[in-house]
Write a new protein. Structure first.
Length: 72
């Protein structure tokens, strides 16, 4: 939700789960599902297993997040 406080963290992609969802592991070992926003789904092919990514997590739900892809 725009304007809401989010937690930004870095993690490593462990698995790709169609459509545009990834299983990401954080540095502390916590795993969560990260989705790609609809407008950026054309960049999904750039994300591979083992890549380090940034994610935004809601402070009320630590099981899901949103992948933050760099704008080029």
């Amino acid at each position: 939700m725009p304007g809401e406080f989010t937690i930004r963290a870095k993690g490593i992609v462990r698995e790709y789960l169609p459509p545009a969802t990834f299983l990401v592991e954080l540095a502390n070992g916590h795993r969560l599902f990260a989705r790609v926003p609809f407008k950026q789904r054309d960049k999904v092919s750039d994300v591979k297993s083992g890549n380090e990514v940034s994610i935004e997590i809601s402070p009320t739900d630590f099981s899901n997040g949103v992948l933050v892809l760099d704008k080029e």
